[in-house]
Design a binder for this molecule. Sequence first.
Ligand code: ZN
Length: 161
Amino acid sequence: MPTKMQQIGKFGEDKVKENCFCPSCKISELTQSGNPTSTFKLLSDGFKCADIICDFCGYLAQVKTKTVGNVDQIPSNIRGGSWPTFKKRIDAGIFFSLYLVLVSKDRKTYAIHFLPVELQQVEMFRPRPPLKPPSRREGWQGFNYDLSIVKTSFVCIHEHK
Ligand SMILES: [Zn+2]
């Protein structure tokens, strides 16, 4: 059984795939019924740096999903993954555009916000202290995205109400 966090993550990734066209090549493919569909494909959980890839041009992006009270309001903080994994990429100057999917608790309302890579700032990635005992993952270190400094740089690209 996937955890609640994994389920909500999958919900967000599916919504981006359904509703967003690749910002790099802007290609859309046609379904058999003639409707335009996105070129995005979901990457597997074991893939570290990104969550979706454009099947046409290879564009990579991250997708973060959060349950919120107001899907129009960018939260100040969202959870990232493993800090050492992410820090290596920061040090190498490698960043990815971010799709932020904000979802209401009943999942009936959601909005997809986009923060392109060129508008991100290194200061928005904040390491958390390593986990302490009695945590089963003692020593594991995650990070948060501090979105308060880039709030106004997000563009809302899809809304479902
Ligand atoms: Zn593309």
